[in-house]
Design a protein around this ligand. Structure first.
Ligand code: AMX
Length: 394
């Protein structure tokens, strides 16, 4: 058993009533999750560790945690890094496929197609092998997506699989005139904070549902990325930076007037509120700490810092809003913008890159570990025929 496993929770039964129907399975228990859970005050925990304790770790060690349910020792950590390096080479011509895609398509569609392509190039029919191979190949795919979409298709640096995950992405990207050390730090933190978020969020659930029919890890993950691309799910981080750019000032009085006007116009205050959390998301806190260290004078970071002071106070005036505090998306866009990623349409791809680890680990658990290794059966929730439909059958 790993740290923080909630055996008691497993005994909670829910009597499903008519009120639960057509609510998107909201709150209906459907399974157990071995990688993470979310609490209202401390947010997400990976294998029992609150995310606030993990934010400084390297992504490789957190991938290890999600797959092995324990943090690695130094020895295990270096062996795992070597293992990822051994898996990292792209087994075929991914570049040519990406070069045929329409550049005006959304980057999330590129990500999904890129993952699908990786699956067409090689699958092993072993859940864990495929999940880890995909984790190891993501940095190159991400780098290629950026470069090819931007028209920098020539002179792409050769892959160096001995590099760590983030270095390999930055190497493929090869941006000029940016502070690469800062870039690596922001991306590394971003990945760790976004790797997993319980079992029932839409992309994770969709990925596991697809895998339950024994589609490959790659097909399941491509589907999960399609789910993540929705504006109500992962794409909220794109909307959040667009919102910050719209605020356009860090003056507290003007920000407050802006927030009130948005609420008056019935528009959401992006970066605030949460379905489960009832405090500031520790992932937001970690990103604010990082921003205060690396870019305190960045205009967008100043705006989000003012929003963090002003918006919760204004939102708290509405008793309907369960959590007026900052969520994970508030500061991530400002940080990514600061290190050179100025186009917010790319932001959800970083989210997707991170989630490949958590969703991959959960797919492995559901397919090869749960129910004494037998795995969960194919998903088949029950839908009840409406009276009108029944009349047609008669
Ligand atoms: N701005 C404006 N209205 C808000 C709000 C916000 N930041 N947060 C909550 N509300 C409103 C809801 O729209 C809802 O209104 P309704 O009763 O008219 O439908 C009411 O307050 C009660 O909502 P809730 O129970 O507090 O939250 P929820 O579970 O329904 O929604 C969320 C959660 C995140 C969708 C919502 O807070 C929101 O829209 N936030 C702004 C958008 C945003 O930042 N999205 C990123 C989410 C990050 C994440 O979860 N990963």
């Amino acid at each position: 058993m790993f740290r923080g496993e909630h055996l008691a929770d497993k005994k909670v039964l829910l009597e499903v009533t008519e009120n639960h129907l057509n609510t998107g399975l909201r709150g209906v228990p459907v399974g157990t999750c071995r990688t993470s859970y979310v609490t209202p005050t401390e947010g997400v925990h990976y294998c029992g560790y609150p995310i606030s304790e993990l934010a400084q770790f390297d992504p490789e060690d957190i991938v290890y945690l999600l797959f092995h349910k324990e943090l690695p020792t130094d020895e295990q950590s270096s062996a795992f890094r070597q293992d990822l390096a051994n898996r990292a080479a792209i087994p075929g011509d991914l570049e040519s496929v990406l070069k045929t895609l329409p550049k005006f398509g959304h980057p999330m569609d590129w990500l999904s197609i890129g993952i699908h392509t990786l699956g067409m190039l090689e699958t092993t029919e072993d859940w864990k092998e495929d999940a880890l191979n995909l984790v190891a190949r993501m940095p190159r795919l991400m780098g290629l997506i950026f470069r090819i979409r931007e028209g920098r298709e020539n002179d792409i640096p050769a892959d160096d699989t001995s590099m760590n995950l983030v270095d390999r992405f930055v190497h493929a990207l090869d941006f000029e005139g940016v502070d690469k050390a800062k870039m690596k730090r922001v991306i590394s933190t971003y990945l760790v904070l976004h790797m997993d978020h319980g079992g029932g969020n839409l992309s994770t659930f969709s990925g596991k549902a697809i895998a339950s029919g024994k589609a490959t890890v790659y097909s399941s993950m491509a589907g999960a990325m399609n789910a993540l691309s929705g504006p109500l799910h992962g794409r909220a981080n794109q909307s959040c930076l667009e919102f910050v750019l719209k605020v356009g000032t860090s003056d507290p009085t003007e920000v407050e007037a802006f927030v009130r006007a948005e609420l008056e116009a019935k528009r959401p205050i992006f970066g605030f509120g949460h379905a489960v959390l009832r405090a500031e998301d520790p992932r937001a806190t970690a990103q604010f700490e990082l921003g205060s260290e690396i870019c305190p004078d960045d205009e967008n970071f100043k705006i989000v810092t003012t929003l963090r002071e002003v918006a919760p106070r204004v939102l708290a005036e509405n008793p309907k809003i369960s959590n007026p505090n900052a969520n994970v998306d508030i500061a991530s866009g400002a940080l990514l913008h600061h290190i050179g990623f100025t186009d917010p349409t790319y932001y959800t791809t970083f989210f997707g890159w991170a989630r490949v680890a958590g969703i991959g680990a959960q797919i492995v658990d559901e397919r090869a570990v749960l129910r004494n290794g037998k795995g969960t059966p194919i998903y088949r929730p029950k839908y009840i025929a409406e009276a009108q439909t029944l009349r047609h059958i008669e």
